[in-house]
Design a protein around this ligand. Structure first.
Ligand code: NAD
Ligand code: DAU
Length: 352
């Protein structure tokens, strides 16, 4: 495979750090540049094991900073971009939509502009990969799946901002010929996920004996995917996906929230040596998320048929590995849950 210089944005976040690690290790001849603003969700601790790698460069900065993008394109002559930088938490988007419009919409357009400017002489030799979410498709009833042709119907400020960014990416392809590819993935889980999201939040609360806040009736359904299966899919799509195409990524692995929380409680009881059933007693049904999408489920058959991708592990094993990881990385959890997190947690959960 020819050597490449790739810009990964948001590489210090949850999925981004798994992707950076994967690419740095799998492609020692590539130059991997990680541009990340290090918001509350970005953490260089996530990348300690690759920070000294000779093919890796970290740059702290904002995707909205046009001058910085100019500098980076001029220095590193990127062949491709894999764009993950985003505000990613639905509850935060309900509290502060503007931050989501800024990074997810304006930031994506800034990046598209820079790519077009630097690549216009030989567009076909480049690739702009936009990492998106299944939430752009809205909410499903009891049956059915999201396919790549499901009409967009975003219902939260987060999903509206991601849908908008997807539209801009496609517009730059149709209008200017920018060679793009987009993937829309379901809920990821695994190590290094910030404990504002369901699984790490529940693990952390079980670990510290705090109430487990289940929104509404707990019957909401998500399709969970092991994060390394997502990064493997991104690698495949980046290298082999067809230009202009969209690929859905998902685990065919639907769980109602309450069933997932029960399973996590049982795994944690076992790993922490607590009496069976004790963590379940921490469960509290709390006020629902406004506009809460009832069910997400992905049909990933296009990705399977075209690129031979399939998820690698079952959830029971994935949840066990995840719980084990958080229990053996208590310092990581302690450091990310101090400061800003405490304030966020109080604001988010005090009136529920
Ligand atoms: P995350 O919140 O863990 O990480 C986001 C990263 O982006 C952080 O490191 C943050 O510092 C960085 N960032 C934020 N604003 C920035 C800016 N203006 N400039 C540069 N960097 C900035 O997010 P995640 O869960 O890893 O998600 C990554 C991407 O994948 C997002 O685009 C998200 O929409 C998408 N996605 C996530 C999931 C999921 O389940 N987590 C599923 C499907 C798609
Ligand atoms: O589907 C992909 C999306 O998955 C990504 O695009 C988002 O970036 C990611 O955050 C995730 O969105 P969700 O809103 O589905 O994930 P979250 O972990 O916030 O919530 C999962 C489900 O659990 C959802 O139905 C809300 C519920 N929940 C969440 C929290 C934080 C609770 O019941 N209690 C909680 O405290």
């Amino acid at each position: 495979m020819a050597t490449q210089s790739i810009l990964i944005t948001g590489g210090a976040g949850f999925i981004g750090s798994h992707l950076v690690r994967h690419m740095v290790k799998r492609y020692p001849d590539y130059r991997i540049v990680n541009l990340d603003l290090l918001t509350y969700a970005g953490n260089l601790e996530n990348l300690r094991d690759v920070e000294e790698a000779p093919n890796y460069t970290f740059v702290k900065g904002d995707i909205l900073d046009a001058a910085l993008l100019d500098e980076l394109f001029a220095s590193f002559h990127f062949d491709g971009i894999i764009h993950l930088a985003a505000e990613s938490h639905v509850d935060r988007s309900i509290a502060d939509p503007m931050a989501f419009i800024r990074t997810n919409v304006l930031g994506t357009v800034q990046l598209l502009h820079a790519a077009l400017k630097y690549w216009q002489e030989n567009l076909d030799q480049h690739r702009f990969y936009h990492v998106s979410t299944d939430e752009v498709y809205g909410s499903l009833g009891e049956t059915g799946y999201f396919t790549e042709t499901t009409p967009y119907d975003p219902r939260s400020p987060y999903s509206a901002s991601k849908a908008s960014s997807d539209h801009f990416v496609r517009a730059f392809h149709h209008t200017y010929g920018l060679p793009i590819v987009i993937s829309n993935c379901s809920n990821n889980y695994g190590p290094y996920q910030f404990p504002e999201k369901l699984i790490p939040l529940m693990i952390n609360n079980i670990r510290t004996g705090k109430p487990l806040p289940v929104y509404g009736d707990g019957q909401y359904t998500r399709d969970w995917l092991w994060v390394e299966d997502h990064t493997r899919a991104i690698d495949l799509i980046y290298h082999q996906g067809r230009v202009g195409q969209t690929y859905n990524i998902g685990g065919h692995n639907e769980w109602k929230n309450i069933d997932l929380v029960h399973t996590l409680c049982d795994i944690m009881d076992e790993l922490m040596g607590k009496p069976a059933g004790s963590s379940r007693q921490l469960i509290h049904f709390v006020k629902d998320r406004p506009g809460h999408d009832r069910r997400y489920a992905i049909d990933a058959s296009k990705l399977a048929a075209e690129l031979g991708w399939a998820p690698s592990i079952q959830t029971d094993e994935g949840l066990r590995r995840t719980a084990q990881w958080y229990l053996t990385h208590a310092e990581w959890l302690e450091s990310v849950t101090s400061g800003e997190y405490r304030h966020y947690y109080e604001q988010q959960y005090q009136h529920r």
